[in-house]
Design a protein around this ligand. Sequence first.
Ligand SMILES: CC(C)(COP(=O)(O)OP(=O)(O)OC[C@H]1O[C@@H](n2cnc3c(N)ncnc32)[C@H](O)[C@@H]1OP(=O)(O)O)[C@@H](O)C(=O)NCCC(=O)NCCS
Length: 205
Amino acid sequence: MLYFLTTERLGFRCWTAEDEPLAIGLWCDPQVTALIGGPWSVDAARARLAEEIDQQAKQGLQYWAVFLLANGEHAGCAGLRVYQANEKIYEMGIHLRPAFWSRGFAAEAACALIDYGFGRVGAEALFAGHHPRNEGSRQLVGKLGFSYQRDQLYLPTGLMHPTYLLKRTDALAGARETDAKSPGREFSGPTQTVTLWYEQEKLKP
Ligand SMILES: CC(C)(COP(=O)(O)OP(=O)(O)OC[C@H]1O[C@@H](n2cnc3c(N)ncnc32)[C@H](O)[C@@H]1OP(=O)(O)O)[C@@H](O)C(=O)NCCC(=O)NCCS
């Protein structure tokens, strides 16, 4: 399998039209979509797959399909999409199959997305929002250094969802801080890469 991005345990690749069974397996699981406007029908999962493929063609971004490097099992999706193009703000999203919850995979994937977003994509900020009862997402964005902005209506659930931003400057400051006290580091790898990328940028003429 061709991954364009990997972490210690995960590989990211683009969705293709042949992935319909994987898309249905993920998005037709009522546990996965319980807090993101589910349950979704098979047609809704197919439409979402088509939308992701279209996003990749138009923006070069997707909530990419994610797999375990160890055995190729499909874990879910994680990625970025354009949120406010003029301000270079991108939304980060992660949907994992229940068998992969609470094993640190979302945190691992998110670190790679933060790296990719600020390094490769040139984002100024990353946006995230979640269902008010989604404790996993709340914990995750807090640990990643996102700052709460406001509650905002999310049409798929019809509820006000807390929303957050991680600004590039804050991500870089956080990266330096965590690198400086590496014994207390929560997530390995990616934050250091962000710092390295930033240092290289500064050296450019
Ligand atoms: C939300 C989701 C991405 C979290 O993924 P995960 O792999 O279980 O998260 P992690 O294991 O990386 O955990 C990150 C932190 O959140 C905490 N956490 C995860 N799930 C939690 C829950 N249900 N309740 C409280 N805390 C939780 C973890 O304990 C961890 O904190 P810690 O480092 O202090 O232990 C996953 O549950 C999911 O895909 N849900 C369905 C789709 C969805 O709702 N996506 C979010 C859209 S906003």
